[in-house]
Design a protein around this ligand. Structure first.
Ligand code: TPP
Ligand code: MG
Length: 395
């Protein structure tokens, strides 16, 4: 039994999507795009639902999560500036890249996130209360028990694996998860795994190790159910993507490992959903793994520890900010009369209220109990650790 061939996907995606810059080059050099920045559809296709291939309820569900994520991110940045939390990495301007990728997955699928994919967990149902508790390291942090930096969410229930701060380590792990799914489940209906990474981390050895194994592991003669998902926001802290690679695109790297590469406008939620759904179907059914490059821009700082005005031209940032993914999808939905003219503002007010209430409750929760520091490693806490704990609590 064999799965779809890689060129089936190329065929499907190149014919189904209007592209940003195509010529006669394959999809990994072009860039799929459905919406213009003003929310109009570039090339409505009468054969597709709504001319875009995306149902209104899907577009609206994505928009809600995107607005919610921005409301959370902006509040968290404010908290860090006030000294109430230690660190935060926002996904501002990348909400489409995060939420649309998550929306294309099924709940039984797996996610190995990078720093900016916390919104996928929220979109899958990770409670805001737990999200905030992870950031605070409070007693409600049931996922990481206060032992991880903020933004390292994890949820067994949601198949959302806690990221390690060491860049790119999640990619070989994602290959392993996909391999396990391929061994345990029958195509064409296998749970799939999304491994997410930033452009900068594609320079890490782990990324290339992952691509090698993604190509050569073929259990049952099929490709792994794996999407390697690069959010190319064009910066790795202060290093621009041009200094990470001389390749024409990051998607092009797929070819060298026997994988399929696809590039998509990372600020266009509809294009992303279309591409990610096509890709998910392809790898679920047994096709070779796909490297998806979502082209976007980090309009904010790298994290709360960074000041980008010191190393980049912020007029470029403003140009990208004008391509905002929330405004674009919002205008599309206003145009379709799914959303009133002030729909985004109404949603934002709603989520600001939600965040304010959740935060007020989260800040009342005490820190994780000290004794948990010595738990979970040994079946019985060894005497030396017991003594150290005693010394800490007595002090
Ligand atoms: C192995 C390793 N080297 C360096 C760092 C420090 N570091 C954290 S994030 C980051 C840049 C990440 O850039 P990118 O992969 O483009 O993701 P983005 O932050 O832009 O989403 C660096 C250098 C790290 N965490 N791990
Ligand atoms: Mg980056």
């Amino acid at each position: 039994m064999s799965g779809p061939r890689s060129d089936d996907l190329q065929q499907a995606t190149t014919t189904a999507f209007p592209r940003l810059e195509v010529g006669d080059r394959p999809a990994m050099f072009g860039c799929f795009r459905v919406l213009r920045p003003d929310g109009s559809v570039i090339a409505p296709d009468a054969a597709l639902q709504n001319g875009t291939g995306v149902a209104d309820e899907d577009a609206l569900a994505m928009l809600k999560s995107m607005v919610r994520q921005r409301a959370i991110d902006e509040r968290m940045l404010g908290l860090q500036r006030q000294g109430r939390i230690g660190f935060y990495g926002a996904a501002t301007g990348q909400e489409a890249g995060t939420i649309a990728a998550g929306h294309a997955l099924q709940l039984r699928d797996w996610v190995h996130p990078a720093l900016r994919e916390g919104g996928i967990a929220l979109h899958r149902g990770y409670p805001l209360k737990t999200y905030l508790a992870q950031i605070f390291g409070s007693a409600d942090d049931t996922s990481t028990k206060g032992r991880q930096m903020p933004c390292h969410y994890g949820s067994k229930d949601l198949n959302f694996v806690t990221l390690s701060s060491v860049m790119a380590t999640q990619m070989p792990q994602a290959v392993g998860t996909a391999y396990a799914m391929a061994l345990r489940h029958e195509a064409p209906d296998r749970p799939i795994c999304l491994g997410a990474i930033g452009d900068g981390a594609t320079s890490e050895g782990d990324f290339h190790v992952a691509l090698t194994f993604a190509g050569v592991l073929r259990p049952r003669g099929l490709g792994l159910p794996l999407i390697l998902y690069v959010q190319n926001n064009q910066w790795a802290i202060s290093t621009p993507v041009e200094k990470q690679t001389a390749a024409t695109t990051l998607a092009a790297k797929a070819e060298g490992y026997g994988l399929v590469g696809v590039r998509v406008d990372g600020n266009d939620a509809l294009a992303l959903l279309r591409v990610m759904r096509a890709v998910a179907d392809h790898v679920r059914a047994g096709g070779v793994p796909v490297l998806v490059e979502a082209l976007t821009y980090r309009v904010g700082a790298h994290s709360t520890s960074d000041d980008p005005s010191r190393y980049r031209d912020e007029s470029v940032t403003r140009a990208w900010a004008a391509l905002d993914p929330i405004d674009r999808l919002g205008r599309y939905l206003v145009g379709r009369k799914v959303l009133p003219d002030d729909g985004i503002a109404l949603l934002r007010a709603h989520y600001d209220d939600e965040v304010r209430e959740a935060l007020a409750a989260a800040e009342q929760v005490p820190p994780v109990a000290l004794q948990t520091l010595v738990e979970d490693v040994y079946a019985e806490v060894p005497p030396a650790l017991q003594q150290q704990l005693l010394a800490m609590t007595a002090g």
